[in-house]
Design a protein around this ligand. Sequence first.
Ligand code: C2E
Ligand code: CA
Ligand code: CA
Ligand code: CA
Length: 275
Amino acid sequence: ANAGSLRQPLSYDRSMTRARIERREIEDELRGAIMKDELSIYFQPIIDLSTGRIRAFEALVRWFHPERGELVPDQFIPVAEDSGLIITLGNWITARAARAAASWPQDVQLAINLSPVQIRAPGAALGLLNALRDARLDPARLELEVTESLFTEDDPNIAVFMADMGREGVSFSLDDFGMGSSSLHYIHRYPFRAIKVDRSFISGPRIGRESEAIVRAVAEMGATLNMEVVAEGLETIEQVQKAQQTGCTLGQGYYFSRAVPDYLAVMLLSQESQA
Ligand code: C2E
Ligand code: CA
Ligand code: CA
Ligand code: CA
């Protein structure tokens, strides 16, 4: 072998180590970030495609790091999941988002993303319901978004968790549909009120007749099963029209709005009630 190919594994190892150190740093800093008030919840509207009105806001967490700048969830949620910190972080996110939603001028829904780790933790339902009670948010206004990765293990506690939350009025959405190991089995077996069709079927380079046919099929299934079907990642008016034509009932994406801080969410709702 020549020297060049021998050097490759070495530099690969070095960058692996650097990535590992960085993860470790982020993990340590994340513990302090909550107390130092570096985290914020932003809200992205989910629009009723037949009326144009805001149906819900999805809570999306942001970390404004003093040195690293703004970090997006993909940079720290996986770290929080691996370290178990996601439980504390998740309850904090729920409490914060619920407190904001409780003071909105309209009773629109609040959607919150839940990691599988959070759901599998003992006392998960109680922790979330306590956060709602403290915030005085009606549990019927909460929608929990989960992905198919939740169902890779056949854990009976998941059905129990969903039933417990469902009894309180909380509903569930199946997020990023079409990405992981999609199976219609989950839709049939668990009580979902909505399916969120992943952005990769709505916008981006691989969009065409085939992705459109898939969205249409999901929308048809949703209509039959009395479920909302949300088109994610709507960026252009053409994509909004396509989502309407294919039968999606709700839409979300930059065309309508990015995720915004609480005070702007309140402004969007107030404008709507004046219109
Ligand atoms: P997600 O649940 O699929 O959230 C939608 C993501 O797509 C958000 O990214 C949002 O900003 C982005 N997005 C919305 N509309 C558009 C669009 O029109 N075009 C494009 N290109 N992107 C759009 P974000 O905020 O970076 O969040 C990424 C992921 O991190 C989320 O994906 C979710 O899985 C996770 N996440 C965010 N907040 C939380 C949280 O509070 N808890 C947990 N467990 N996970 C979270
Ligand atoms: Ca989501
Ligand atoms: Ca999604
Ligand atoms: Ca996603």
